[in-house]
Design a protein around this ligand. Structure first.
Ligand SMILES: C[S@@+](CC[C@H](N)C(=O)[O-])C[C@H]1O[C@@H](n2cnc3c(N)ncnc32)[C@H](O)[C@@H]1O
Length: 206
C-alpha cells in the first residue's frame, strides 16, 4: 500500500499560498489508489489492476502543484461558488496528463450511493473509485455545466510504468491556459441522479 496522510506532502503543513485553500481536514490525502478489502479478496481482479502490489508509483503533491492547484471558488456567477475547483498552474498542452483521480477502490455495487466523488473504474466497469473521504487534487475538478465554459479535460484509464491501472485526467480537446479552471464532463447520468430535470443546465457534452 502506498503512503497516505492527512495532508499533501505526507503530513507536512498544507500549502500556504493565498490562492490555495488548506486541504479539507476530513479528507485523507492519497498518493496512490487505496484498494478496499473487497477488491483484495477478489484476487484476480486485484492482481490485474494493481500489478505493483504494495509498491505502487506514488504521486507527489509538489509535482502536481506545478501542473494544477485547487482553490476556493469566489466568483459569484460560478455554479460551484464557495466550493473548490482545480486550476492550471501553467499552460497545459493537449493530451498532457494533469493528475490521476485517486480514491478508495471498491467492487462495483459496494460503493457509497451518496458520494458526489465516485467514478467508474476497470475495463468492464467492475470497480468504483470514490474520492469522498480520501483522494487527491483530482477530487476538486468541477463539471463544465453552467460555468459558461466547455470541458477542457477528460477522464481516461491508462496503465502506468509499474503496470498499475489508473484513471488519469488528461487535457483535451484543446490546450488549457495558465490560470484556467480545469473542467470535465461528469456525464449526464451524474446530474440526472441529482436533479432529475436537466433543463436548467446550459452547455452540452462534446
Ligand atoms: C467531485 S466534486 C467537485 C469538487 C467540489 N467543487 C468540491 O469543492 O469538493 C462534485 C461536486 O462539485 C459541485 N459541482 C461540480 N461541478 C458543478 C457544476 N457545474 N455546477 C454546480 N455544482 C458543481 C457539486 O457540488 C458536485 O456535487
Amino acid at each position: 500500500m502506498g503512503k497516505s496522510g492527512k495532508s499533501p506532502g505526507g503530513g507536512r503543513a498544507p500549502p500556504t499560498e493565498k490562492t490555495t485553500s488548506p486541504w479539507p481536514s476530513d479528507v485523507t490525502y492519497l498518493t496512490s489508489l487505496h484498494y478496499g478489502d473487497d477488491v483484495k479478496r477478489a484476487k484476480e481482479i486485484y492482481a490485474k489492476y494493481r500489478v505493483s502490489g504494495d509498491d505502487p508509483i506514488l504521486a507527489s503533491a509538489a509535482s502536481t502543484k506545478k501542473i494544477a492547484r485547487w482553490q476556493r471558488i469566489v466568483d459569484a456567477n460560478h455554479p460551484a461558488r464557495g466550493e473548490h475547483g482545480l486550476f492550471a498552474s501553467r499552460k497545459l498542452e493537449r493530451g498532457e496528463r494533469i493528475v490521476d483521480y485517486l480514491g478508495h477502490v471498491s467492487l462495483r455495487g459496494n460503493e457509497s450511493q451518496t458520494s458526489d466523488y465516485t467514478a467508474s473504474f476497470g475495463d468492464a466497469h467492475e470497480l468504483a473509485l470514490d474520492a469522498e473521504k480520501m483522494g487527491n487534487e483530482a477530487r476538486m475538478i468541477n463539471d463544465f455545466r453552467n460555468t459558461g465554459k466547455r470541458a477542457n479535460a477528460l477522464f481516461d484509464q491508462y496503465v502506468d510504468a509499474a503496470g498499475d491501472t489508473k484513471l488519469g485526467v488528461f487535457v483535451g480537446p484543446h490546450a488549457i491556459g495558465k490560470g484556467e479552471e480545469i473542467l470535465v464532463s461528469y456525464g449526464k447520468g451524474f446530474w440526472r441522479n441529482r436533479v432529475g430535470d436537466m433543463s436548467a443546465f446550459t452547455g452540452h457534452d462534446e
